[in-house]
Design a protein. Structure first.
Lengths: 466, 333
C-alpha cells in the first residue's frame, strides 16, 4: 500500500514533534555517531602495544616542562632567525649581483640605442631597480625562514609552543595560537596574517591580525641590524660587536612582543570586548616531516605568494623613487625638497625628514627604507647601498646629517611599531573582508609609533640626553 | 547670484531633501524612538501581568524613566492604537497588545541566546545589547534567527522564549528565598534586573543550571552551597534567583566533578556538558569527541597549571581551566 505524503506534511509533522525533544538531543546524536565510528574502528583497526606513544609522551613532558621547555623554544627560534639572517646575506648578495648586472646591461643597451636618458633611467634605474632590490632582499630570507618554520610545524612541535605560552595570551584576552602567527610574522607579516586562519574564534583571530605587525618581519631586520652595528655595538670592543648587535636586535624583538601583548590586552578591553572563548587546541602526535610537502607549502604557498604581492607594489615604488630623485627642484631634487619640508615633523619624533620620506615611499615594502635613505643622504639618483664600513656609515649619518643616539633609538622603535607594509594591509583587507579593520590596523600601529617616538624624543630632550 | 544665496540654497537642500535630508532623517529617528518606547511599555505591561499584577502609569513612568506628562501622552497613543486599556489606575494589555509584546520578548530573548552562543559575549553585557537590537524586526526575520539558533526554548537567563504563535512556555520555579531549607534545587533563572544584583550573583560564582542547597537562612544573609563552595548573599539579592526541583538527569550530575578538578592521570568518564555551554562552544566540544560516556584524563600540564592537555579517544586536546570546568565527569578506576 502506498500513501501519498506531501513534503509539507512532513515538515508540519516535524514542527509539531520538535516540541517533544529533550534538550540534550543534539548531544545524543553526536554520541551515537561516535559510538558507530568506534564500532567500525574496532573491527577494522588492529592496535599493538604502542612504543611510539610512550616516546611521544616523554617528548611532550620534556618540551612542556618549566626548566627545559622554555629554553628549547628560545633556542629553536634563535637558530631559525640566525640561519635566516646569516644565510640570506650571502644569497642576497649573489642574487643582487646577477640582477643588477642585468640592469646595467639593459641600461647600456638603451643608451647605445640613443633612447632619451629619462626613459632609460625611469625603466632601468626606477622600475627595474625597485623590483630587483625587493626580490634580492626578500627572496632569500623567506626561502630559508619558511621551510625551517614549516619543518617545526610538520614535526608537530608548534602546537606545543602555543600550549606553553597560552597563559600569557589568556591574560591579554587572546588565543595561545597567536604565538604561532607571531612567529610566522618574523618571516613576513602578510604570511602571519594569513596564518591567523588557525584561530577558530573570530574575536581572538581579529586581535591576532591587528597586532601581528608589532613583530618585525625580516624585511625590517636589515634596518635594525645596521643600526645595532653602527650605533650600539661600535662602542664595545671589537670581539663583542656581533654579540652586542645580536642582543640589541633581540631586545627590540622583545619590545615588539611586549607591544603585541599590550595592544591585544587593550583591544580586548575596548573595541573587541569579550571573554577569551572556546579555547581548544589539538596536540597531534609527532611525525617525521614530509620534505616534499614542506617545500611545497613553504615555497609555493608562502614565499612565492608573498613575493608576488610584494613585486606588484615594488615596481610602482621604484618608479616613484626615481622620479623624486631625478626631478630638479630649486638647487636640488624633489626628494631633498620634500625631506626638508618634512624635517620639522621628523625632528618632533626624534627622527628627521629623510627618514619620514623613506618610510612614506617604503609603504610598499620595508626592504627599501635604508637604500632610499642612503640615496637622499648621498645625493644619488637611484637607490643605493650605504658606505661599506660601519665607520663610514657612522660618519655619514652622524657627521654629515646630524644623527644622534636618539635618532638611532627612535628609528629602531619606529621600524618596529610603524604601519604595516602595503602587502600586509592588502592581506588584512582580504582576510577580514573589511575596509574598517584594514584602516584600524594602520591607525593603531602608526598611532603607537608616533606616540612612542614622540615621548622618547621629548623625554630624552628634556633630560638633556639629546 | 551672491555666494550667500548659494549657501542658503545648499543649506535648504541639506535640510529638506526627501529621504536623506536632515529633517527627514530626524523624522525617521523620531518614529523609531516612539516605536521603541511603545515596545518597552508593552514589555513592562506583559512583565507585570506575568507576575499577576497590573501596571500603572506610575510604574510605567518609573520603568521607562519618562516624565508623567509624556507617559500620559504615550498611554493615550497606545490606547488609540488599541494596544492597551485603562481600567481605573490599572493598565491592561489588549489581545493585539499582548501579541506585539510577546513578539518583542521573543526578539529580545532570541538575541540574548545569539549573543551568548554565537557571538560569545559575556553574560553581563548581553541584556543591554539585546535591548538595542530587539526593535524593528519582522516575524520572518525572527523565524530565521530562531532556526539558525536551533529553536532554543530558553534564553541564557533561563527564561522561556515565546513561540512564533505567541505562546509562552511555562516554567515552574520559585525564588530561592521560598525554597525549603533542606533538599537540592537547580537554578533555573537569574533575574537580570536590577543589574547590580545580577552582577553580584554572577560575581559570587553562581550560574544557571547549578545545583545548590541552602545551608543558612537568616534575615541578614543567605548561604548557599553547591557541595564545594559556599555563596553568601543578602536576602534581597538572593530573591533574584529562581530555583526548581532537580530533574532526574541532574541528580546524577550532582555527584560528578568538573574536569578541571581531576588530578594528573586520574581517569574519568564524561557525564555531561554544562547547560551553560551552548552554541559554538558546545558544537566545538562535541566535534572533538567530548560526548557523554567518553573516557578522559589529564596527561600534560602547562608550567602555570593552565591550560592542561587531556587524553581523549587517543588524541591529546588542550583546554583552559574555564573550558574544563564546564565539563562534568565521574572518576573511574
Amino acid at each position: 500500500m502506498t500513501t501519498n505524503i506531501q513534503p509539507n506534511e512532513v515538515l508540519a509533522k516535524a514542527e509539531t514533534l520538535r516540541g517533544n525533544l529533550s534538550t540534550g538531543f543534539r548531544d545524543e546524536i553526536v554520541k551515537s555517531l561516535y559510538t558507530e565510528a568506534e564500532n567500525i574502528a574496532r573491527r577494522a583497526v588492529k592496535t599493538a602495544k604502542d612504543k611510539k606513544y610512550d616516546l611521544d609522551q616523554r617528548i611532550d613532558r620534556l618540551v612542556t616542562s618549566p626548566i627545559v621547555g622554555l629554553p628549547i623554544m628560545v633556542v629553536l627560534l634563535s637558530i631559525i632567525i640566525w640561519l635566516t639572517v646569516s644565510g640570506a646575506n650571502v644569497a642576497s648578495d649573489a642574487i643582487a649581483n646577477i640582477l643588477f648586472a642585468f640592469g646595467d646591461w639593459g641600461n647600456a643597451l638603451f643608451s647605445s640605442l640613443n633612447i632619451p636618458w629619462w626613459i632609460t633611467g625611469f625603466i632601468w634605474d626606477g622600475v627595474y631597480r625597485g623590483l630587483a632590490w625587493v626580490i634580492s632582499v626578500m627572496l632569500p630570507p623567506m626561502a630559508i625562514f619558511f621551510p625551517a618554520f614549516t619543518i617545526l610545524e610538520d614535526l608537530g612541535y608548534l602546537p606545543r609552543v602555543a600550549f606553553n605560552l597560552d597563559w600569557l595570551y589568556r591574560k591579554a584576552g587572546a588565543h595561545g595560537k597567536q604565538s604561532l602567527t607571531m612567529a610566522m610574522g618574523f618571516g613576513c607579516n602578510a604570511a602571519g596574517v594569513v596564518a591567523t586562519r588557525i584561530i577558530d574564534s573570530p574575536r581572538e583571530r581579529l586581535i591576532a591580525i591587528l597586532t601581528n605587525n608589532f613583530v618585525p618581519c625580516n624585511g625590517r631586520f636589515p634596518t635594525l641590524i645596521m643600526l645595532a652595528a653602527v650605533f650600539v655595538a661600535a662602542s664595545f670592543p671589537p670581539a663583542l660587536t656581533s654579540l652586542i648587535a645580536a642582543s640589541t636586535v633581540v631586545g627590540v624583538v622583545l619590545i615588539g612582543v611586549f607591544f603585541t601583548l599590550l595592544m591585544s590586552w587593550l583591544l580586548s578591553k575596548t573595541v573587541l570586548k569579550g571573554e577569551a572563548s572556546a579555547f581548544t587546541l589539538e596536540l597531534p602526535p609527532y611525525r617525521r616531516p614530509n620534505i616534499s610537502r614542506i617545500l611545497y607549502t613553504s615555497l609555493i604557498d608562502r614565499t612565492i605568494f608573498v613575493l608576488w604581492r610584494a613585486m606588484q607594489t615594488a615596481a610602482p615604488a621604484g618608479a616613484l623613487i626615481w622620479i623624486l630623485a631625478n626631478v630638479p627642484f630649486g638647487t636640488s631634487n624633489l626628494a631633498a625638497a620634500i625631506a626638508d619640508w618634512l624635517n620639522p615633523f621628523g625632528l618632533l619624533l626624534g627622527l628627521d625628514g629623510v627618514i619620514i620620506l623613506a618610510y612614506i615611499i617604503a609603504i610598499p615594502a620595508n626592504e627599501i627604507v635604508v637604500p632610499t635613505m642612503m640615496m637622499v643622504y648621498m645625493g644619488a639618483g637611484m637607490m643605493i647601498d650605504g658606505p661599506s664600513t660601519t665607520d663610514a656609515i657612522h660618519s655619514l649619518l652622524v657627521g654629515a646629517h646630524g644623527w644622534t643616539m636618539l635618532t638611532a633609538v627612535n628609528l629602531m622603535l619606529f621600524a618596529l611599531l610603524h604601519n604595516p607594509c602595503a602587502t600586509t594591509i592588502m592581506t588584512i583587507y582580504k582576510e577580514t573582508k573589511s575596509l574598517k579593520w584594514a584602516t584600524i590596523s594602520v591607525v593603531i600601529t602608526l598611532g603607537t609609533a608616533f606616540l612612542v617616538t614622540f615621548l622618547t624624543a621629548t623625554i630624552a630632550r628634556s633630560l638633556g640626553w639629546a | 547670484m551672491t555666494p550667500s544665496l548659494l549657501l542658503l540654497i545648499a543649506l535648504a537642500i541639506v535640510i529638506f531633501v526627501p529621504r536623506y535630508g536632515i529633517l527627514s532623517l530626524y523624522k525617521d529617528w523620531r518614529v523609531a524612538r516612539q516605536r521603541e518606547q511603545v515596545e518597552d511599555a508593552l514589555k513592562h505591561l506583559l512583565d507585570r501581568e506575568s507576575q499577576g499584577r497590573h501596571a500603572s502609569p506610575e510604574s510605567l513612568a518609573g520603568t521607562l524613566d519618562l516624565h508623567r506628562v509624556k507617559v500620559t501622552r504615550l498611554i493615550a497613543d497606545m490606547e488609540s492604537q488599541n494596544l492597551l486599556e485603562t481600567r481605573g489606575s490599572e493598565l491592561h494589555l489588549t489581545v493585539e497588545g499582548e501579541r506585539w509584546a510577546l513578539h518583542v520578548v521573543r526578539a529580545h530573548r532570541l538575541w540574548e541566546r545569539y549573543l551568548v552562543d554565537e557571538a560569545r559575549m559575556p553574560l553581563k553585557n548581553i541584556h543591554k545589547e539585546a535591548h538595542h537590537r530587539e526593535h524593528n524586526l519582522t516575524d520572518a526575520q525572527l523565524d530565521e534567527l530562531d532556526a539558525a539558533l536551533g529553536h532554543p526554548t530558553r534564553d541564557p537567563h533561563g527564561d522561556p522564549i515565546p513561540t512564533r504563535e505567541g505562546k509562552m512556555p511555562s516554567v515552574q520555579s520559585m525564588p530561592v528565598t521560598a525554597w525549603q531549607v533542606e533538599g537540592l534545587a537547580r537554578i533555573v533563572h537569574i533575574e537580570d534586573e536590577p543589574a547590580i544584583a545580577y552582577e553580584q550573583i554572577l560575581a559570587a560564582g553562581l550560574r544557571l543550571g547549578q545545583v545548590i542547597r541552602i545551608i543558612e537562612k537568616t534575615s541578614q544573609r543567605f548561604v548557599l552551597s553547591d557541595g564545594e563552595h559556599e555563596y553568601r548573599l543578602a536576602p534581597t539579592v538572593a530573591a533574584n534567583i529562581s530555583v526548581a526541583p532537580l530533574p532526574e538527569s541532574v541528580v546524577a550530575r550532582a555527584r560528578a566533578v568538573s574536569l578541571a578538578e581531576l588530578t594528573y592521570n586520574q581517569r574519568a568518564e564524561i557525564v555531561t556538558l554544562d547547560d551553560a555551554v551552548q552554541g559554538f562552544t558546545r558544537r566545538r566540544f562535541l566535534d572533538l569527541g567530548l560526548t557523554p560516556g567518553t573516557l578522559i584524563y589529564p596527561e600534560l600540564q602547562n608550567f602555570f597549571g593552565d591550560p592542561r592537555a587531556y587524553r581523549v579517544r587517543g588524541t591529546l586536546i588542550a583546554l583552559r581551566k574555564d573550558q574544563a570546568s564546564q565539563i562534568w565527569v565521574k572518576p573511574v578506576n
